[in-house]
Design a protein around this ligand. Structure first.
Ligand code: TXA
Ligand code: MG
Length: 520
């Protein structure tokens, strides 16, 4: 698959339809506008994503809407073309009742696998829409939950956005790193409409603008694979100070220096050491932060006065490109208000920090979804300071057994991210051990690891439909936020098994559950 250029996603570009032709959004059906429930042969099996209707209505003010759906069940004999047509007609009528008009339904039955109409790399249906309706594909978008959807978008010259609903979270590993990912259709639609960059303060910007702004002492919120960061030039103490101000973060809590190559590490750290080199080789770029003894030149404000500095090379292509273009390491904590849930989309950042005092790059949803693992190499034995996006088991394959940091006190913390309360939703949050119990209170929301056979009168969020701790990490903060917005009286969350990223997710849920510490 061709990797698109990064500035391709600069907000505002889609507005330019050079030819003045009509623009379209091509929607995948299963997993994007309805739940992916296998080969659906009857309308009883349809679960519509009704919460996305408003977004579709906003989209159709600017774009023609098409559905493109590959129904391989027909080719395989699981259902018939007639059944699929009846299901599509039903979905179409529900959309219509809600004021949403689909211009045309394109269905490929996949009945001749070697010579299918839709077969890659032919963007068959996109070309059909171009020819039949005069659609300008260059100003059009495809939204889908499978890497194929992105591939045929690119082959047709359109832009592809990937959603984590349906099978999206399952195929995330197969997706090229520069494809933008969204938690659901609503978020993807907002990205297309550039809702953020129409905000009156217009703080959304391209990577190049952001890099210039960083160099001149400005603050930039940017996507990483874990969560969004709020960054400043690491060697500009005044700029770093403004991060603490904007977040309302206590000054003793040090920042992570984000680098794009090993030369930048040299400028921060004098003695890198064998273990760090092996860890960097194995896990950078990626969700691992390493604490080193710092060089004199690294400002105290970045390290909270400590002689050590935390460094990470993120893997998000937009983060790497930003740091590269800025030409300096970028000091950044997560871009949340202090003590609140870490943001995994640009909209989450603006929700918490407002839109003044910094610029922001919109890179969609974060693929890992929890913060990096923090590992200190300044002691004799490597020490795990914060479980995170890289499983401790993976690190131990290289380092041998890790020491665990002592339970922290507020003063003299080994790593202040270990403060008991952090990552909090506003709704009271209760953490329990599984199995999940039935809930008869509609003011109580449930946050479950995996599907459970229980009744609930209130809303339920499921972190992974297949019991994967990685899926759970990707979905955790977005699910917490969705529940948090419903005006509930409490959220009951259930612990994950402690394997893989389960430890990191449990750690964040535990912090969300503890009453807030007075912020010293
Ligand atoms: O995934 C992440 O790590 C994200 C993205 C933006 O990179 N960043 C993040 O930053 O979560 P923040 O500031 O929210 O958490 C940084 C953690 C804190 O627990 C902090 O105390 C610890 O790293 N840390 C930073 N510098 C340290 C140091 N010199 N010694 C020990 N811990 C340090
Ligand atoms: Mg944070």
């Amino acid at each position: 698959m061709k990797a698109g250029s990064l500035d391709f996603f600069s907000p505002g570009l889609y507005e330019l339809s050079m030819s003045g032709q009509k623009k379209a959004v091509f929607l995948d059906r299963d997993g994007t506008i309805i739940e992916n429930s296998g080969c659906i042969g009857s309308i009883d099996e349809v679960i519509m994503f009704t919460e996305a209707f408003d977004a579709l209505k906003r989209l159709q003010n600017h774009y023609e809407l098409f559905v493109v759906t590959n129904q391989s069940g027909i080719g395989k004999g699981f259902n018939t073309a007639e059944e699929v047509a009846a299901v599509n007609a039903f979905i179409d009528s529900v959309l219509r009742d809600n004021g949403i008009i689909i211009k045309e339904w394109y269905v490929c039955p996949h009945d001749s696998p070697d010579n299918c109409e839709c077969k890659k790399p032919k963007p068959y249906f996109l070309n059909k829409a171009r020819d039949e309706y005069g659609i300008d594909l260059k100003s059009s978008w495809v939204i889908g939950d499978h890497p194929h959807d992105i591939e045929f978008a690119e082959n047709g010259g359109a832009k592809g956005l990937y959603v984590l609903t349906g099978h999206g979270v399952r195929h995330l590993d197969e997706l090229p790193p520069d494809v933008q990912v969204f938690h659901n259709l609503t978020e993807a639609a907002a990205r297309i409409l550039g809702s953020g960059n129409e905000s009156k303060d217009n703080n959304y910007c391209s990577i190049e603008e952001a890099a210039n702004f960083l160099r001149s002492g400005g603050l930039v919120a940017f996507p990483t694979e874990t969560v969004y960061g709020l960054g400043a030039d690491v060697f500009n103490p005044g700029a770093a100070a403004r991060i603490f101000e904007l977040k309302g973060r206590p000054l003793f809590n040090p920042l992570i220096a984000h680098i794009s190559d090993m030369e930048m590490l040299d400028r921060l750290v004098s003695d890198i050491g064998e273990t760090a080199l092996r860890l960097a080789e194995a896990f950078w770029p990626g969700p691992l932060t390493i604490v080193f003894n710092k060089r004199e030149s690294v400002p105290d404000i970045v390290t909270g006065g400590s002689p050590t500095v935390a460094v990470r090379m993120p893997s998000h292509p937009m983060a790497l490109e930003l740091i590269r273009r800025a030409g300096t390491a970028v000091a950044a904590p997560s871009a949340n208000a202090f003590g609140r849930t870490s943001p995994t989309t640009a909209a989450h950042v603006v929700e918490q920090l407002g839109s003044l005092g910094y610029k922001i790059i919109d890179g969609g949803a974060c693929r890992v979804g929890v913060e990096s693992t923090v590992l200190s190499l300044v002691h004799e034995q490597p020490m795990l300071l914060r479980p995170g996006g890289l499983a401790a088991e993976d690190i131990e394959k290289i380092t041998g057994p890790l020491a665990l940091a002592e339970k922290p006190q507020i003063k003299g913390l080994e790593s202040p991210g270990m403060l008991a309360s952090h990552y909090s939703p506003l709704t009271p949050f209760v953490l329990k051990n599984p199995p999940a119990e039935a809930n008869d209170d509609e003011k109580t929301g449930l946050l479950l690891f995996e599907p459970a056979e229980i009744e609930s009168a209130g809303p339920v969020e499921i972190l992974s439909r297949r019991g994967s701790t990685e899926d759970a990490a990707v979905n955790l903060y977005a699910a917490m936020r969705r529940l948090d917005r419903l005006g509930l009286e409490r959220i009951i969350a259930y612990r994950l098994p402690e394997r893989g990223l389960g430890k990191a997710v449990n750690d964040r849920m535990k912090k969300a559950a503890t009453p807030a510490e007075p912020s010293a």
